[in-house]
Design a binder for this molecule. Structure first.
Ligand code: SF4
Length: 454
């Protein structure tokens, strides 16, 4: 999942239940798509009781920060933001300051001491707590259950979103030794299949053409539900929604990446030729200590199977370098695995211990400079491989879903999730356009539109 800090507030598609009350809310979000979805839900709750969004915290009648602690750098940014807001709190003590997201632990004493100016801490599964600072919400208890779970990425003003992210399963049943998520988000809880399909229908009616189903372990979907539907079953139902053009899901766990899911994606009209399958390390001993519950061979075999079923598939993965005790030889195994697999996107992270996790009790023995060196080595490998992969695309045509303008150029993604830019005088937002590639770089493609937009 991404780690870009974004302010994303969605206009509600239904009229607020209570009339506008002249109050405004400001939400600041950092972290993964699940956090974005949670922030969107908080926004929907506040709009339901008459609040409106503002992009300026100084104008707000309530400020909500949605935090991430998956890496030290993310946690530092949240602390920095909280400290900055102390000024606002001094000037406007009546404006509630709320902290949610993965920084909020069940034991909140330490947080209260460190950030005494925060009025309310609530953990991501406990939205009802907002009532403590927004009493109007208490009249809406039942209706809050009906609020949307999805979020739409931020668009230019006046432009409707063409992509939507929909959480389908919350929490995680794994206990990877470095990861804080299970302690913050609890056990896996899947949403009923019919609710998800209805939500897809709803967003498609607003003009959305691409949906990404979300979960920390999205491919574990359904095992906790009465009829134990699988992700494959859900994908088949979502695929039937008229008007939907593209379907993706993230983040997957290799252990749950079944043949059935891969075969289904390969078969479906909307199934995108893109596989996001975090591996984290290419050495079995490191994987064992990470408690990832699979081997390097299993991951490589899953990728190979996916490529057999979908020859055009692009592959993305996540890697952590400098895990405690990772030797040069073990790192070399990761390098070797990535060299063989040729992923299109590798999300790289340097290990940082997260308090409360198992690995935080171990010696963080790889010096920062060495972590940095390993990070750079893999970055270089990725640049070389992406240059080669993209060079092979020169002169070929790809279907691009246009998301909007960026620096005066149309920007969108292929079905394989590759970024494409092109010039055109027509208004193409939300259109599917065939683009012939005329220039390449490691990170994006440039081309020209051919044929009629659809
Ligand atoms: S699968 Fe592992 S890394 Fe992913 S959220 Fe669960 S515990 Fe964390």
């Amino acid at each position: 999942m991404s780690n870009s800090p974004l302010l994303q507030i969605q206009p509600r598609t239904s009229p607020a239940r209570l009339p506008r009350n002249g109050k405004r809310f400001f939400i600041w979000t950092i972290g993964c798509q699940m956090n974005e979805a949670d922030s969107s839900k908080v926004a929907a709750m506040l709009q339901e009781v008459g609040y409106e969004p503002t992009r300026n915290e100084d104008d707000a009648d309530i400020v909500v920060l949605n935090s991430c602690v998956v890496r030290q750098s993310a946690e530092d940014r949240v602390s920095g933001k909280l400290n900055n807001l102390a000024r606002l709190k001094r000037e406007k003590p009546e404006v509630p300051l709320v902290l949610t997201g993965c920084m909020v632990t069940r034991q909140q004493e330490k947080l209260r001491q460190t950030f005494p100016h925060v009025d309310l801490f609530f953990d991501p599964s406990d939205f009802g707590k907002l009532q403590q600072v927004v009493p109007e919400l208490s009249d809406l208890d039942d209706d809050l259950q009906q609020l949307p779970h999805y979020y739409l990425p931020e668009q230019q003003p006046g432009t409707a979103s063409v992509t939507a992210y929909i959480p389908i399963i919350y929490g995680c049943n794994f206990l990877c030794s470095y990861c804080i998520v299970p302690y913050r988000r609890g056990k896996e809880t899947s949403r009923p299949l019919v609710d998800i399909v209805r939500e897809v229908e709803r967003v498609v009616e607003t003009g959305v053409r691409e949906v990404t189903l979300l979960g920390q372990t999205v491919n574990a979907y359904g095992h906790d539900l009465p009829d134990t539907p699988s992700l494959a079953m859900l994908l088949r139902e979502v695929d039937k929604v008229p008007g939907l053009e593209r379907l993706r899901f993230l983040t997957s766990h290799p252990k749950y990446m079944s043949d059935e899911i891969i075969d289904t994606m390969a078969d479906l009209r909307t199934g995108c030729e893109h596989m996001n399958l975090p591996v984290q390390a290419g050495d079995n001993e490191v994987l064992r200590r990470m408690r990832r519950t699979y081997t390097r061979d299993l991951w490589m075999e899953r990728i190979a199977y996916t490529r057999r079923q979908m020859p055009d598939v692009t592959v993305a993965t996540d890697i952590i370098v400098g895990f405690p005790g990772e030797t040069d030889e073990q790192f070399a195994q990761t390098y070797d695995m990535l060299e063989r697999t040729r992923c299109e996107k590798v999300h790289l992270a340097m290990y940082s211990p997260r308090p409360g996790t198992l690995s935080a009790r171990w010696d963080d023995d790889i010096p920062h400079e060495e972590k940095h060196r390993r990070h750079q080595v893999l970055e270089k490998l990725q640049e070389r491989q992406c240059t080669e992969i993209n060079n092979e695309r020169l002169g070929k045509s790809y279907e691009v879903l246009v998301e909007g303008l960026s620096k005066g150029r149309w920007t969108g993604r292929t079905r394989g999730n590759t970024l494409v830019h092109f010039d055109d005088n027509r208004d193409l937002t939300g259109k599917l356009v065939d683009v012939r590639i005329t220039r390449t770089s490691p990170w994006f493609l440039i081309g020209e539109a051919t044929g009629a937009p659809r």
